[in-house]
Design a protein. Structure first.
Length: 255
């Protein structure tokens, strides 16, 4: 089982120190901290009851008022997704597909599904099975209001759904989110991508096929591989690898 090391991620010690120093009046910081502390408690196998209570109790309007930028939205919702998946699967024993479809994530007085967090908010209400090219016309207004303004394909290298082929779980922070997503992308591509110069082929994660529109097609995938792996990919054929769905819970990135 792979454990990808992503050195720029904010360490658990940083989060522990921030837990004691956060100002009670800083609502935006607290919202981000609620999600990060929930994820940290899961990693440390501590009780999460208090963290769930905090996440579910703050007023719904604060999601709009305090998560304004895409950086803030990505940080909060990535941490929430990874925390809730682990909690629901490992601690509550929820099976697929219910774990994705059912509204089992209490946040700000509302109930969200993991699909709503991923495809509605983080992917700007894209239809789940449309390869990233079509919007979900039935996405409710509440989800549309919370969604990011721009789709960022790097998010796919940050979300963990408990499979061997998933990227590892990391702790994201607003201040470092762009750098962290770059490192997550580089680490995932180094681990999961095969570039074969003799055959002029790129063997890419199945994530690229499922969300092809998010990656801006095969051309976008070639461009991404060239950017992060520093290889020339012009004229290369993109082939999508099989996805290993064998369960691999608690796959946290190394510090």
């Amino acid at each position: 089982m792979k454990r990808i090391k992503i050195c720029v991620y904010q360490s658990l010690c940083d989060y522990a120190r921030s837990s004691h120093s956060a100002q009670a009046g800083d609502v935006s910081e607290n919202i981000q901290k609620f999600a990060a502390d929930f994820l940290l408690a899961l990693k440390l196998n501590q009780s999460v009851d208090n963290h769930l209570a905090k996440l579910s109790a703050f007023p719904p309007h604060l999601l709009l008022e305090e998560l304004r930028s895409d950086q803030e939205k990505k940080t909060f919702w990535i941490n929430c997704y990874n925390a809730f998946f682990l909690y629901l699967r490992r601690d509550q024993g929820i099976e697929k597909p219910a774990i994705f479809r059912e509204k089992l994530c209490p946040i700000a007085g509302q109930e969200f599904s993991l699909d709503e967090i991923e495809h509605g908010i983080l992917r700007r209400y894209r239809a789940k099975l449309a390869l990233g090219y079509l919007p979900n016309l039935f996405s409710p207004k509440s989800i549309r209001q919370l969604a990011v303004k721009q789709i960022d394909a790097r998010v796919h290298f940050a979300l963990n759904c408990g499979a061997v082929s998933c990227p590892p779980i990391a702790f994201y922070s607003v201040e470092k989110i762009d750098q962290q997503l770059d490192w997550a992308s580089e680490s995932f591509l180094e681990s999961e991508t095969d570039v074969l110069p003799a055959q002029k082929e790129i063997h890419f994660s199945r994530l690229g096929y499922w969300y092809l529109g998010d990656f801006r097609g095969r051309r976008g995938i070639r461009k991404m591989v060239q950017q992060y792996l520093n290889v020339v990919t012009k004229g290369y054929r993109v082939i999508f690898k099989d996805y290993n769905w064998e369960e691999d819970l608690d796959n946290f990135a190394e510090e």
